[in-house]
Ligand binder design. Sequence first.
Ligand code: SAH
Ligand code: SF4
Length: 351
Amino acid sequence: MKNEKLENILCNQNFSKEEVIYLLSLAEKHDIERLFRKADQIRKDFCGEEVHLRGVIEISNHCEQNCLFCGLRDDNFTVKRYRMEPDEIIETAAKLVKLGIYTIVLKSGEDRKLDTDIIAHIIYSIKKSTNVAITLSLGERGLDEYKTWKIAGADRYILRHESCDSKKYAYYRNKETHTNRIQQLKYLKRLGYQIGDGTIIGLPLQTIDEIADDILLFQEMDSDMIAFSPFIPSPFTPFQNKPAGSVELTLKAIAVARLLLKNVHIPATTALDSLDPQGKEKGLKCGANILMPNYTPYPYRESYSIYPNRRDSNSDPFDSHKLLVDRISNIGRDISFSRGDSLRNSSFLHL
Ligand code: SAH
Ligand code: SF4
């Protein structure tokens, strides 16, 4: 039976907050399937069939922050901390380019020992021989650092706003302010970075109302990439006994964001794939167009323990690559061999 209200909303180009909440709250199986089908169609129309691979290298798991949800928080004394050497990072990036991966994501905790010059040297060394895109995900850093790294050749920066509720943000992150996070995202955008934002679905105390606000905030910020990860409880954190986030709600959030933001890049996250054996496929079929496989070399990859039982954290990254290629072709999609820059504003390209 047709759901008239749903059909009417799906015809709209823009949604009110109430409509976003309605879509996120859909409970009937056929309604949810309808939402996913529509989001998949919009993904196809605005982004095409290509799946962009962002190759992640987790360059350090040291972190000065104490986010309540994250296994890498400074107070977690059980983590075996590491920091990769610049040459190891540059060599790993070169291997990814040979595999046909044209975005390298350098990811770490907030680790000031990876200082301005070290990061600039790594970016410059990777970029001097190839036009691969470089995405940084190093947490909140200084405004001058963002500028230096842009000049050295960085293209994108991921800084998830995590929660649009400023009080809960301060609680979840244990000190930093929401306003500062948003200001930094705006500053990064002004510098010419393509910005990646995101949120965690299912954090303790989070409401559907807030997830709707998160999605509307992505629209307001004109984010180039947005990510939704289901919350996965991590041992030795204050949230270790809290329930995991819902896979279905995460998929609904991906679908609604696709309907609203049309040509934004959206990954099917590793967290989604860690909670559901078909997580990547499900995400790609309801609006996602990006995967972020992890190529952190041994022995480091096992120690980047944001949450436990991360998919593929024990397997050889280059063997996993073959499996990943199969998983994508099994659902009839193609791997992109381009950088997959933002589709939202072409003036960002090659700044
Ligand atoms: N330190 C940097 C980047 C690494 S953390 C930063 O904080 O920006 C990358 C992301 O992992 C975080 O933004 C957060 O959204 C996500 N994350 C952390 N702990 C998680 C958990 N337990 N479950 C799901 N996602 C989590
Ligand atoms: Fe550190 Fe990022 Fe984890 Fe927060 S989410 S503790 S900043 S690694």
